[in-house]
Design a protein around this ligand. Structure first.
Ligand code: ZN
Length: 668
């Protein structure tokens, strides 16, 4: 396997496709190779089946084979490559490999029967460890959920549905990623924005300024532009990304997912989607969201009262006293400036990207007992891509390779994310196979006289994505499909959300910050203000997350025909009754998680409850305490998806998880 032959940076570079022709050639070659491996697995007789030749062989097929490796590389290419021909070739290749995966693996009855023959036969007597047993149980459940107990005819229909769905999901993401909408406004319409920001903007032929819908531009304008029509216009452009194309795609996805669920014997796609999760049913997800909303709404309302008590000049409420959605960020920014004496742009001067990265790595070095080494790399998909090697604390053992692609550019994936390429493996004899993964972000570009200065939200995003990256890099399971971040979706955000909490600690903020000119840390007073500010909009944040989670749940509850616009506009006044969205809030077209996460968006809040519980426990020992850090690595990160997350949590906490820390964090 290619992933077992990675011994140098050069080896990894070789893995990335260089031309569209190579992508096409690789796809054909590795599909054939994968098919042979599947056939060989099926051909083994029942008596001869072992964990190695059946279960491990299946694990390799889905997580470590050359085809699955190429598949993640194609995904990286589609998300990040600057050349359209490369992105298109990767897209086509992914369509093929994913369709193959449905046809020949997840919905292959012969493969299922081979696996079942082992699980119900020799597995009963073979000596297996907990990870191996858990893998067998979960895989059997997955196969059943995929409909492998259905008749051949029905199964063929399921397969067709899944292929169509995969294609549509890819289209949905691609349409969002490739949206390059912008608006053009006069110089006057940019009032409130700094000259420096304005200088970075491109102009139209008639000297108007172009505002794109990329994250840094959108959020900056939303917070600081003192001219309402500009805020409104950009909000509508941002909220209309991928519209109208994705509206129809989403309707098709909803209808097909419902059909799929029905064929598999579930009442709704949400029921099918949640069965494998910690939360298990849509009813429990609903209860969880109702409960949180009830608490958060009280806090949210108090916050809004405070925000609108002193309205800034350019903000006017609607006739029924609602805040317009495009005024929200500006209103909050003004409130913050006034009451906490916080100027996020000034604070950003203390977070030049290079130093922030160095400090972030130093925190992980101390807390998790790992070492990092930046190595020069060239010839990747973009000249600014960096590479970090991750080692154990004395540098004797390589855990993995981590690429960083941190600035926006045209046609790049527009959110922040972490993409795993090669899973981390720890073999039975203790030897490791290094992980390879990428952290993607879209941080403010450096200008000619300033380095890239990160806003606190960007620093927080960085900590978040690094949480995923370390989960992947520090994985130490024997099976690739259990490695690191390969956990249940409603648990996967736990490590990343937990690491965001480090940024609310005084000593940590002191340590991470360094003014790009003076070299000084953030003043004590500013830090106190930041910490005092932690909960100023916690109610607003949680209610918005509840809205997103509820929307995902509503779209995928029973029913094939849904009007995403109508569902959204029915939900908004219930969850966010004091916000006016106008008529052009088209969340359904650009809420990217609706495909991958499906009904599981509640998982962010669900795992945040655990994240805060764990953080609370760790904070009692000290945020840089290597002993508790080590326990966190061994009990949680290293275990990845090799055991039930409830068990991992209980082992680490020494008790059942609790909601207390989360509620306290709301500020109630
Ligand atoms: Zn995340």
């Amino acid at each position: 396997m290619l992933s077992e032959r990675i011994n140098s940076v050069e080896d990894i570079k070789q893995l990335f496709p260089k031309t569209p022709q190579e992508i096409e050639r690789d796809t054909a070659q590795y599909l054939e190779q994968e098919q042979k491996a599947i056939d060989a697995l099926i051909a083994i007789s029942k008596a001869e089946r072992t964990f190695a030749n059946t279960a491990k062989a299946l694990d390799d097929l889905v997580s470590r084979s050359d085809l699955s490796l190429k598949e993640t590389l194609f995904a990286v290419t589609e998300y990040l490559h600057p050349d359209k021909a490369m992105r298109d070739a990767a897209h086509t290749a992914l369509e093929k490999t994913q369709a193959f995966g449905v046809e020949q693996i997840s919905n292959n009855k012969k493969l299922y029967e081979a696996f079942k023959a082992y699980a119900e036969g020799n597995a009963k007597t073979e000596s297996l460890n907990n990870e191996q047993r858990y893998f067998i149980e979960e895989t059997l459940k997955d196969f059943k959920r995929a409909g492998l107990d259905l008749s051949d005819e029905k199964l063929a229909q399921v397969r067709e549905l899944k292929k169509k769905l995969q294609k549509l999901s890819m289209e949905f993401s691609r349409t969002i990623a490739q949206d390059e909408s912008s608006i053009a406004v006069t110089r006057d319409a940019l009032c409130g924005l700094s000259d420096e920001f304005i200088e970075t903007l491109k102009k139209t032929e008639d000297e108007n300024y172009i505002l794109g819908v990329d994250y840094p531009t959108y959020f900056h304008v939303a917070e600081y532009c003192a001219y309402e029509p500009t805020r409104k216009q950009l909000f509508e452009a941002f909220s209309s990304r991928a519209y109208p194309i994705n509206e129809q795609i989403l309707k098709d996805i909803i209808a097909l997912r419902h059909e799929l669920a029905q064929m598999l014997g579930y009442e709704s796609f949400a029921a099918l989607n949640l069965e494998s999760q910690m939360i298990k049913t849509p009813e429990r997800a609903q209860e969880f969201l109702n409960d949180l909303h009830e608490k958060a709404a009280i806090k949210d309302s108090l916050e809004l009262d405070a925000f609108i008590a002193e309205l800034p000049e350019s903000v006017v409420l609607t006739a029924d006293q609602k805040v317009k959605a495009w005024d929200q960020s500006f209103l909050k920014a003004c409130y913050k400036q006034k009451h906490f004496n916080i100027d996020e742009q000034k604070i950003a001067e203390y977070f030049p990207m290079e130093n922030t990265i160095a400090q972030l790595l130093d925190i992980y070095r101390q807390f998790l007992g790992v070492e990092f080494k930046e190595v020069p790399v060239s010839g990747m998909w973009d000249k600014d891509v960096k590479l970090i090697q991750v080692y154990n604390n004395d540098g004797s053992e390589l855990y993995g390779y981590l690429f960083l692609d941190l600035h926006p550019r045209p046609n790049k994936y527009s959110h922040a994310c972490h993409i795993g390429i090669v899973p981390a493996i720890k073999r039975e004899d203790g030897s490791r196979l290094p992980a390879v993964s990428v952290v993607v972000a879209n941080f403010t570009q450096p200008t000619k006289d300033k380095p890239s200065l990160l806003k606190r939200t960007e620093v927080s995003t960085f900590f978040h994505e690094f949480g995923h990256a370390l989960h992947a890099q520090l994985g130490a399971t024997q099976l690739g499909s259990c490695a690191g971040t390969h956990v249940k979706t409603d648990f996967v955000e736990m490590p990343s959300q937990m690491l965001e909490e480090w940024l609310w600690d005084k000593d940590i903020l002191k340590k991470v910050s360094k003014h790009y000119k003076t070299g000084e840390s953030l003043p004590d007073e500013t830090i106190d203000n930041i910490i005092a500010m932690k909960r100023y909009d916690s109610g607003g944040f949680v209610t918005r997350q509840v809205m997103l989670a509820q929307y995902a749940l509503d779209l995928f509850n029973a029913g094939a025909q849904k009007d995403p616009y109508a569902v959204l506009y029915e939900l908004l006044p219930k969850v966010l009754p004091r916000i006016e969205y106008g008529s052009k809030y088209r969340l359904f077209a650009n809420f990217g998680h609706l495909t991958g996460y499906g009904a599981k968006y509640y998982g962010y809040l669900w795992s945040k409850v655990f994240a805060l519980d764990l953080f609370d426990t760790i904070a009692q020992h000290g945020l840089l305490n290597p002993e508790i850090g080590n326990r966190y690595v061994t009990e949680i990160l290293a275990k990845g998806g090799s055991a039930d997350p409830n068990e991992l949590l209980k082992n680490f906490l020494g008790r059942e998880p609790r909601q207390d820390a989360f509620i306290r964090d709301l500020g109630l």
